[in-house]
Design a protein around this ligand. Structure first.
Ligand code: SAH
Length: 359
């Protein structure tokens, strides 16, 4: 919870902030006021905090860092209004978030890390590896910035952008605590989804917290052999270990699991693949999200044909499994994880290079 060695004020829970105020010789009610400005009124600086004396805000500025994101780009889909944001962080890094409007409310998909070190073959976020993990406040800021920008409420938050949330476990938990806190946005745990590539020990640790969030597990293949070709994490954990962790998550929390399965033409989209998947997960209380793979320029993977996607869905349904085909929101914008950031960084690189040449 540190940037530039200063503690990060927006990553404190209310009770931690009370302790901080106390250590500064301030009254506890100041903690409540500050917390409310940060997590309820979504203030981006102390200047907005009209009931906080300047002496206190000066002290806070000296002691703590205050994260805020800069909106670098917004792309809006002409098809469904989905918006993709590229945010600048204080250290010059960038992250992406997506805002989607559904019948049941607005949803924000946030990133948990800058880049990713999981190496999934079809994913753009991981192409340059992991830059760093995000602070709890930097995950919150993505939600807050979107609310400020759209002027609309958000009812669902999904941690499904760039990064592997289980690789940033403590900050993820603190983020969930703050996001669902009654003194902040008070988003229901049931409306929070965390997606993992399947880091088994962390899944057990998460289950131990007995949260009511939804755990989404990226499966993408139903045999170890095939999964290893798509996801290096499969070298560390077998499918049988992963399935045990899923069963245990359900036992502990009572929450139905979601499995994500990105369909890649001629790689994992055959009848046999569907049969194996049904056999693998048939015994679990779960739901499958089929995602026609989003082609990434640097990768050769091709999206399954509509017919294959439908056939795959039917086969699973015949086996009594709940399936949805993920609506391709924002098809006309850089929808796949990490693509917008990548393009931005590449453009920036080219510009910088261009400058050198002309000098
Ligand atoms: N690290 C987390 C969150 C990643 S992104 C995880 O692995 O679950 C959320 C989902 O999108 C994951 O299922 C991921 O495998 C999938 N994904 C990434 N790139 C994709 C692409 N180009 N096309 C389709 N799905 C993709």
């Amino acid at each position: 919870m540190e940037t530039d060695k200063k503690k990060d004020i927006k990553s404190f829970t209310l009770s931690q902030l009370k302790d901080e105020m106390e250590s500064m010789g301030e009254k506890p009610f100041r903690a409540k006021q500050l917390y409310e400005w940060m997590h309820n009124k979504l203030a981006v600086s102390y200047e907005e905090m009209t009931n906080i004396p300047k002496t206190l805000s000066d002290k806070c500025m000296e002691r703590y860092s205050y994260t805020a994101l800069e909106i670098l780009q917004v792309q809006e889909s002409r098809i469904d209004g989905t918006r993709k944001y590229l945010f600048g962080l204080a250290d010059g890094n960038t992250v992406e978030s997506v805002w989607m409007r559904y019948k049941h409310g607005n949803s924000v998909c946030i990133s948990s890390q800058v880049g990713c070190r999981m190496g999934c073959r079809f994913c753009a976020s991981t192409l340059d590896g992991l830059e760093r993990s995000l602070l709890p406040s930097e995950m919150l800021d993505q939600v807050y910035a979107v609310i400020r920008h759209t002027g609309e409420r958000v009812s669902n938050v999904v941690v499904m952008g760039s990064g592997e949330p289980m690789d940033n476990f403590d900050n993820l938990l603190q983020f969930i605590t703050l996001l669902t806190d009654e003194n902040g946005l008070h988003i229901s745990q049931r409306n929070v989804t965390v997606s993992t590539c399947g880091i088994v020990p962390k899944m057990y640790q998460l289950a131990d917290r007995e949260l009511q969030i939804t755990l989404a597990v990226s499966l993408h293949a139903a045999t170890d052999e095939k999964r290893r070709k798509l996801m290096p994490v499969a070298d560390s954990f077998s499918l049988s270990e992963l399935m045990d962790a899923c069963a245990s998550y359900f036992e502990k929390t009572g929450r139905r699991l979601t499995f994500e399965y990105s369909l890649v033409k001629d790689v994992n989209d055959t009848d046999e693949d569907a049969r194996q998947l049904a056999a693998l997960i048939g015994g679990l209380n779960c739901h499958v999200n089929l995602i026609p793979v989003n082609p990434v320029r640097e990768r050769e993977y091709v999206q399954s044909e509509r017919r294959a996607v439908d056939a795959f869905k039917n086969k699973l349904e015949k086996n009594g499994i709940n399936v949805t085909i993920r609506r391709e929101m924002g098809r006309d914008i850089d929808g796949a994880c990490g693509q917008l950031r990548r393009r931005y960084m590449n453009d920036r690189g080219k510009k910088q290079q261009g400058g050198t040449y002309s000098a």
